[in-house]
Design a binder for this molecule. Structure first.
Ligand code: NAP
Length: 241
């Protein structure tokens, strides 16, 4: 393969779909994931000859192993974007153990597993970019999202620790923390939750997936070679500093 490979998890819709498109634009062969065959087919149709896709369920250890192996057969990975994530919102008092576990397993442990699977290969190449999609609420917290906020704060700690560990191999590790981006995920919020968010966004609008994808594409580029261990916020001013 003459193109470099970029992996994007969860690219069947929303932010991941926009990131995949942006990385194709930047000249990568994009290997993406969805949780269903229908999602995989959708990605393959969208990417055409510029990419491929496989099934991945981040909460399932075996699925992560199979995904890593399938991608590994295509060649070394230059860019890894850990984008896939889910929410299972509920106030703490009523949050079920399985909803806590599922969100932590998917967003945090899944990110650990998929990254670990590609790490040796990247270290051998002595070049690479890892970009983890966090969330503004990993910093701010949010009522009803204790599991999700904990997972994203964990992703940011993971990002910084790994940046220390593999900086000497010329691999940068950063996070992008979107604010309120209009996707299926935010569609699930109640009108009250949406209005409360909007009242605190200085730019006075929700963001869109492409605006997040542009930040990811920048961190993947040569222009970002000296940036590592950082969290880049794309949130319209919802949270500053
Ligand atoms: P989305 O529209 O709900 O899409 C989620 C993507 O993740 C889909 O491709 C989905 O695959 C995949 N996915 C879900 N559960 C998975 C699992 N267990 N294993 C593997 N893949 C799984 O979400 P989004 O809004 O684009 O969010 C993308 C990322 O940005 C997430 O990490 C999210 O936490 C973060 N984020 C979003 C916002 C926002 O406002 N939208 C804000 C901050 C952070 P299927 O299509 O097959 O289900």
């Amino acid at each position: 393969m003459d193109k470099k490979i970029a992996v994007v998890t969860g690219a069947s819709r929303g932010i991941g779909q926009a990131i995949a498109a942006e990385l194709v634009e930047a000249g990568y062969f994009v290997v993406a994931s969805a949780t269903s065959e229908a999602g995989v087919e959708k990605i393959k149709t969208t990417l055409g000859e510029n990419g491929s896709a496989f099934i991945l369920n981040l909460a399932d250890k075996e699925s992560c192993v199979v995904f890593n192996a399938s991608v590994g057969k295509l060649g070394p990975v230059a860019v890894l974007v850990n984008n896939a994530g889910n929410t299972k919102d509920m106030l703490m008092l009523r949050m079920k153990d399985e909803d806590w576990d599922d969100v932590i397993e998917t967003n945090l442990s899944g990110t650990f597993r998929v990254t670990k699977g590609f790490l040796k290969g990247m270290m051998k190449q002595r070049i690479g970019r890892i970009i983890n999609i966090s969330s503004v609420v990993g910093t701010m917290g949010n009522p009803g999202q204790a599991n999700y906020c904990a997972s994203k704060a964990g992703v940011e700690g993971f990002t910084r620790s790994l940046a220390y560990e593999i900086g000497s191999r010329n691999i940068t590790v950063n996070a992008v923390a979107p604010g309120f981006i209009a996707t299926d995920m935010t569609d699930e919020l109640t009108e009250d939750q949406k209005n409360a968010m909007m009242a605190n966004i200085p730019l006075g609008r929700y963001g869109n997936s492409k605006e997040v994808a542009k930040a990811v594409s920048f961190l993947a580029s040569d222009d970002a070679a000296y940036i590592t261990g950082q969290v880049l916020h794309v949130n319209g001013g919802l949270n500053m500093g």
